[in-house]
Design a protein around this ligand. Structure first.
Ligand code: 13P
Ligand code: SF4
Length: 336
């Protein structure tokens, strides 16, 4: 077993062990997390899809671009990443000497899983004249095979930074890729991946909701399928959606993305109404099961025991860092 595998195995044992630890129910987790932040010079970065309590203890809440930018500039010794694995991995790629802990090592991503590096490598090799643009929701193995990384807030700008006649492979999200093809007039070759959360919104149920709420605007994440995007009033990253609800004058919104974002939308606009867009299944809302593996208890435990942490092979890290650096550079120049 190589060192990285050994540490991963150790992490998994700790992860299982955590589940058995019975925390004193009177423990004030908010106060304990604040204490650990100070004691360990730790920063808590959280994605908008985290549960409200986690967002409330975070030092920074943001979309994937904002989180990568924060990870890039933090001076903390320990980064506590309340998100999913590819996000914490990105933070580690940018901060090899810092400890990056994740509350639950099993918090994965269906979109990232839909693009295994060996299969993608074969696909890439069949198109040697194409540049590879990958959505940040992918593993380090895919990042290492990419020329540049994008997020939902900079994908358009980055794709447009390539000449119009440049053949491009876009991976792994076919929905975001199709949307970017549409708004840029490109014809990128799309990997057939998708997010399990954004794929299941029901156009029929949304249409019925719109009839009952005629003044509500439909705002959607570009990971949604085309029929939903076509009828949307605004399309953007989680930060884009949040900002739109603050600058727009409407009072009601149907929100087609993971429900975690509603916490910040309601905080920023207490007088407005936010309705989660209904999925095709019988659920009333749409939670990401990976994002929602994280809990306040697990945040406390990973800070206290400093595990599970992200361990990376150095060669892979360096190869994956190049396209992320390129993304950060282009985004900075574009004022994002
Ligand atoms: P953004 O927050 O960057 O829009 O990404 C959404 C998402 O699905 C993250 O997993
Ligand atoms: Fe992955 Fe979708 Fe969950 Fe985001 S919401 S982490 S893309 S499965």
């Amino acid at each position: 077993m190589i060192a990285a595998e050994l540490t991963t195995a150790k992490n998994e044992v700790f992860q299982k062990g955590f589940l058995d630890i019975e925390l004193d129910p009177t423990l004030d987790l908010f106060a304990e997390i604040e204490r650990l932040k100070k004691e360990k010079n730790a920063v808590v970065l959280a994605h908008y899809y985290q549960e409200p309590d986690i967002q409330d203890v975070a030092d920074y809440i943001g979309d994937s671009l904002g989180l990568a930018q924060q990870a890039d500039k933090t001076t903390a010794d320990m980064i506590v990443f309340a998100g999913v694995h590819f996000m914490a991995e990105t933070a580690k790629i940018l901060n090899p000497s810092k400890k990056v802990v994740i509350p639950d090592l099993k918090a994965g991503c269906s979109l990232s899983d839909s693009c295994p590096p060996p299969l993608f490598k074969k696909f890439k090799d069949q198109h040697p004249d194409h540049v590879v643009i990958s959505y940040i929701n992918c593993s380090a193995g895919i990042k290492a095979l990419s020329d540049v990384i994008v997020t939902s807030s900079n994908a358009k700008i980055i794709v447009e930074s390539f000449p119009k006649d440049q053949p491009i492979i876009f991976a792994p999200d076919k929905n975001l890729g199709a949307y970017i093809n549409k708004v840029t007039g490109r014809n990128m070759l799309l990997w057939n991946g998708a997010c399990m959360v954004h794929e299941i919104f029901s156009l029929e149920k949304i249409t019925k909701l719109k009839i009952r709420h005629p003044n509500a605007k439909l705002i959607s994440h570009p990971e949604c399928e085309d029929p939903i995007l076509r009828v949307s009033d605004y399309i953007g990253s989680t930060t884009g959606l949040l900002k739109y609800t603050q600058s727009d004058s409407s009072q009601e919104y149907i929100v087609a993305t993971e429900t975690g974002i509603l916490h910040q939308m309601m905080k920023a606009n207490p007088q407005k109404t936010f309705i989660p867009a209904p999925p095709t299944n019988s659920c009333a809302c749409n939670d990401c099961p990976h994002m929602k593996r994280n809990t306040l208890e697990k945040i406390y435990l990973c800070m206290e025991y400093e595990t599970p942490d992200i361990i990376m092979d150095e060669e892979l890290r360096l190869a994956a860092k190049k396209p992320i650096d390129r993304m950060l550079e282009i985004s900075k120049k574009a004022g994002l």
